[in-house]
Design a protein. Structure first.
Length: 242
């Protein structure tokens, strides 16, 4: 049996509730996926798990669903932020999609000294995060923050949040990430741009008590590859893959 179509909605969910669909949702369900009245899909709002919902009205530009019952509980990710410098558009989209799939709780584009791409449309990246959650079976959609300068982000860095600083200059060496006793503290993963971090940024991070420089292996990775590698390392050591 093919997997059920999943759709993220903004409305809070509960049994018996009706959900109006906007034009893009109606086009996707009824024009692209060829669903009609009586078909059942799964919906989620990012807060209350996954719910079966039946199509009760299907039109070209609108539609209505009726919520039936909860089919999966809410599963929130660990308290992990991903900070990354935007790169080329398609590769930035890739980073956001994989971060959503791999369990980042917040996605934060940051401008570093060597960032080459400064044009970031938060709404487009948020849509990619939603689509990734729909495709991977998740019930949580990580918010995408507005792009900000790395220096400003570090100026306001929360004292309780540690940051896994992935520096290409440490290829083949650097601190080993390990899990200690007790609950895992809030963390962030920081990935630099294609040109790496500047000396000033490295010094700033070296002076940040919460920073943990980590090597991602003996080879220098592309920024999008590094994001996936770093999230994998963190999740398997400290996260919900451990």
């Amino acid at each position: 049996m093919p997997s059920k179509i999943r759709l993220h909605v903004e409305h809070a969910l509960g049994a018996g509730q009706t959900l109006p669909l906007d034009a893009s949702q109606a086009h996707y369900l009824f024009g692209v996926m060829r669903k009609g009245a009586g078909d059942v899909i799964e919906v989620f709002d990012g807060r209350s798990g996954g719910w079966d919902a039946e199509v009760v009205e299907a039109g070209k530009k609108r539609g209505v669903l009726r919520v039936l019952e909860q089919v999966r509980p809410q599963q929130d990710p660990p308290d992990l932020w991903l900070l990354f410098a935007p790169i080329k558009r398609a590769r930035t989209d890739f980073i956001v999609e994989k971060a959503a799939e791999m369990g980042a709780a917040r996605i934060c584009p940051v401008l570093t000294d060597f960032t080459n791409s400064e044009r970031v449309r938060r709404d487009r990246l948020q849509a990619h995060a939603v689509e990734a959650a729909e495709q991977c079976g998740g019930t949580f959609v990580p918010p995408v923050a507005e792009v900000a300068k790395l220096g400003a982000v570090l100026d306001a860095w929360p004292p309780e949040r540690r940051v896994m600083f992935c520096d290409e200059a440490l290829a083949g060496r650097g601190t080993v990430l390990s899990r200690g006793p007790g609950p895992v503290a809030p963390w962030a993963v920081l990935i630099g741009p294609e040109g790496g971090f500047s000396d000033a940024e490295r010094q700033r991070l070296a002076n940040l008590p919460q920073a943990h420089p980590v090597s991602l292996g003996p080879r220098i990775l592309r920024a999008d590859t590094a994001a996936v590698a770093a999230l994998t390392l963190w999740q398997t050591t400290l996260g919900d893959w451990a």
